[in-house]
Ligand binder design. Structure first.
Ligand code: CP
Length: 292
């Protein structure tokens, strides 16, 4: 049984094969590969993009979707996470997509269930399909010539599962990463680091801006997000007319992470990432379900 818990679960060859398939799925036409199959989504943490993207992907492949509304589930009556998962598993879905605020939950659930588990984001640990769609967006933009491209990952890197998954994945495909963050958002990671965005901008092909994950901060780290924005917001004044692209996993804090003006700039690929995410999740669900 294959699961997708971290990006390490797929080899580079498997990822390139997924991208080949995802490229075809960009036509947004319905397919029948998963007719008669079902996909269950359990999101214990809020989501706009990931949950709807997986559900759109499953339906576009012909699968049925069961979405557990956690706020109305028996979790509020004291049922454990594992019993919730075991009960949904007893209904024989062909895959379960799970998000949880605690790192490691999807990995543990994989020992309790009889179908592939797909990690929709666990704590600060991993968000594998986000990193896959980020890499796919970069590949598509640069026509698959990405070796040696330089990316600045900017913001609350220490608390970001998106950054963690990209830190694992992007170097495998030859992308050079610089981390740009204030000291309290900087992880202990042995690669290029700076807290001066202006100093690296000349040398960068891709900016990945990240949201300040205030829900994961034990203590407030900035007196005001405006102070943070002064140093780290991606503004027109910063990027000028440079030939680069801007990514963000969402949700975007406008004028804190990225300015309104840059959000409207054609170099900003935020909505392209969302479109690509459905195609990537179609390829992932098809692979995991049909290979099980
Ligand atoms: N990128 C992402 O995980 O967004 P959501 O939290 O809206 O799913």
């Amino acid at each position: 049984m294959r699961h997708l818990i971290t990006t390490k679960d797929f080899s580079n060859d498997e990822i390139l094969a997924l991208f080949k398939e995802a490229k075809e799925f960009l036509d947004e036409k319905p397919r029948t590969f998963l007719e008669g199959k079902s996909v269950t989504t359990i999101f214990f943490e809020n989501s706009t993009r990931t949950q709807s993207s997986f559900e759109t992907a499953a339906r576009r492949l012909g699968a049925k979707v069961l979405k557990l509304d956690v706020s109305r589930s028996s979790s509020s009556k004291g049922e454990t996470l594992f019993d919730t998962a075991a009960n949904l598993d007893a209904m024989a879905p062909n895959a379960i997509v799970v998000r949880h605020k605690n790192s490691g939950v999807p990995h543990t659930l994989a020992n309790y269930t009889h179908c592939p588990i797909v990690n929709g984001g666990d704590g600060k640990h991993a968000h594998p399909t986000q990193a896959l769609l980020d890499l796919f967006t970069i590949m598509e933009h640069f026509d698959y010539n990405i070796k040696g491209k330089k990316i600045a990952i900017v913001g609350d890197i220490k608390n970001s599962r998106v950054a963690a998954s990209n830190l694992e994945l992007l170097p495998r495909f030859g992308i050079d990463i610089t981390l740009v963050a204030p000291p309290h958002f900087m992880p202990n990671y042995p690669i290029n680091k700076t807290n001066k965005l202006k100093e690296v901008i000349e040398d960068i092909d891709i900016i990945m801006s990240l949201r300040t994950q205030t829900e994961r901060h034990n203590i407030p780290t900035y007196a005001s997000l405006k102070d943070y924005a002064n140093d780290f917001c991606i503004s027109k004044n910063l990027i000028k007319d440079k030939n680069l692209i801007i990514l963000h996993p969402g949700p975007v804090h406008r004028n804190i992470d990225i300015s309104d003006e840059v959000m409207a700039d054609k170099r900003c690929k935020v909505l392209t990432q969302v479109k690509n995410g459905v195609a990537i999740r179609m390829a992932v669900l098809k692979k995991l379900i049909l290979e099980s």
